[in-house]
Design a protein around this ligand. Sequence first.
Ligand SMILES: [Zn+2]
Length: 232
Amino acid sequence: MRATLDFVNNIFDHYNILCFGGRLPRLPIRLTDSLTHLGAFVHPKVWPASRPRGAGECHIRVSRCLDRSEDELVDTIVHEMIHYYIWYTHTVDDGPHGRCFLALMNEINNRLGLTMSVRGQTTSETLDSDKRIKPHYICITHWRDGRRLITVCARTRLFEIHADFAACPRVIAIEWWWSADPWFNRYGLTRTAKAMFITDADYENHVATATPCTCDGRTFQPLTARQPSSKF
Ligand SMILES: [Zn+2]
């Protein structure tokens, strides 16, 4: 089938609910005659940090030239929606198809039976094959806009990272965890207060089962008494 605007907008609305909780504002979708690009998410390259991101200045392009199956079209549209979501939510990723993009893509593929892929991607199998046991100092930050993000910190930078998040007005709560689970190897070690996306399922399976800890800016230790997670 060839893409039509009706079809593409319906797919956008449908997967916006299924994948992004309906959080993505509708944006212009343009049909192109490209033979080389199935789809693209187009947004301004420079964006002042203080300016909220909206649908008005970005758009998704989908090629109507290529005759593709309905499933292939859906894969293309949802792929571009992941780019839109990452941009719209100010999520920091470590590449155009970085860890955050791949985590979202794999989660949606697994849950909804889509078959999205990216060229040169690191598959979840590759990530899961890293079985080295290492200590992980895990910071979970809760943001004013409702997001919950992860930072797997270098041990030597832990207190600096804690101070930076504590000073950030958009961070409303900080949790600390310790784990030797090789699953966290996929994040690498972060040396600055850079938070990354984690799916709810990954949080439940890997973070919520780790050892809860406290950090007061000078000491880091396992949580013994019942203490609420707090910012400071
Ligand atoms: Zn892409």
